[in-house]
Design a protein around this ligand. Sequence first.
Ligand SMILES: NC(=O)c1ccc[n+]([C@@H]2O[C@H](COP(=O)([O-])OP(=O)(O)OC[C@H]3O[C@@H](n4cnc5c(N)ncnc54)[C@H](OP(=O)(O)O)[C@@H]3O)[C@@H](O)[C@H]2O)c1
Length: 299
Amino acid sequence: MNAFEQQRLILGCMRLNKLSQKEADRYLNHVIDKGITYFDHSDVYADGECERIFGRFLKNNPGVRDKIIIQDKTCIISGKMYDASYEHIMSAVDKQLKDLATDHMDVLLLHRPDALLEPEEVNRAFNELKKSGKVLNFGVSNFYSGQIELIQRELDEKLKFNQIQFGPAKAELVTDSMMTNMIQKNGSNRYSETLDYCRLNEMRMQSWSPLQWGNIEGCFFNNPDYKELCAKLTEIGDKYGVDKAAIAVAFNLRHPANMQVILGTMNEKHFDQMIEALNIKLSRDEWYQIMLSAGYPLP
Ligand SMILES: NC(=O)c1ccc[n+]([C@@H]2O[C@H](COP(=O)([O-])OP(=O)(O)OC[C@H]3O[C@@H](n4cnc5c(N)ncnc54)[C@H](OP(=O)(O)O)[C@@H]3O)[C@@H](O)[C@H]2O)c1
């Protein structure tokens, strides 16, 4: 495992356009000073504006590029299609590198599974990108096990990452495995196979939006449906002397898959609270109490 792959927390840059350039420069420097040096992007976030803000940050802070990991994603053409064709991947990466003001990205992920994806085309694109030094590592996002296997067998490059949503209020990725053979809600086991597959194949799982209750509906802290979960996180947080947000992140970190967690906050205070999770190892009892308080049943 490379040094950067060992990082447990990643800063997601999807909301970077909420900040002015000056605020973004300050915030990104703060994040790096706190030891988080892995950044996640996509060309779909604010239609490239988040990448451009990050690129200007790099220009304003010479010397930073060599200390950090840049991961980017492509394939979503907002509202129109998913495009994992050779032509799209090649032209997207050139634009992303220009917007990010760098000559290479450390990791490139296919953002979502394109129904028309041709594995041979992805292989050609990945090989050329690797050979030219524009992209060093590859992976996918929101792919399930069968989709990964289907393309991996055609690829010369190993897919090293899969980025999937997971958090206390959106925990099917792990809770479904306990519902195998059950008739209750979630009994179909849609997700867990993916996690098991990634673990079996040494693909690093990255969990996106750990604080969301839907996909993009909002932070569950503000949702009255998750009152019980918030009370439980607060109760456990009080025990460790940290905010409930740190316990939410610790919930993800506690899973034995050793997954990375992508934080989306653009607020320095929230960020500082959440990274406290790195110092916490929840007990088995606490982990299950959180799961049950989020409404996931134990069959
Ligand atoms: N692969 C994919 O399909 C996919 C999809 C979505 C996202 N992602 C990645 O995942 C990253 C994280 O997503 P996300 O932004 O939805 O993550 P998140 O960390 O679950 O949510 C962050 C949101 O929660 C808010 N929040 C409210 N109270 C908070 C508190 N006490 N502490 C911390 N945050 C609080 C934040 O607001 P403040 O800024 O005010 O703190 C922010 O709006 C994205 O940046 C992106 O890189 C990937």
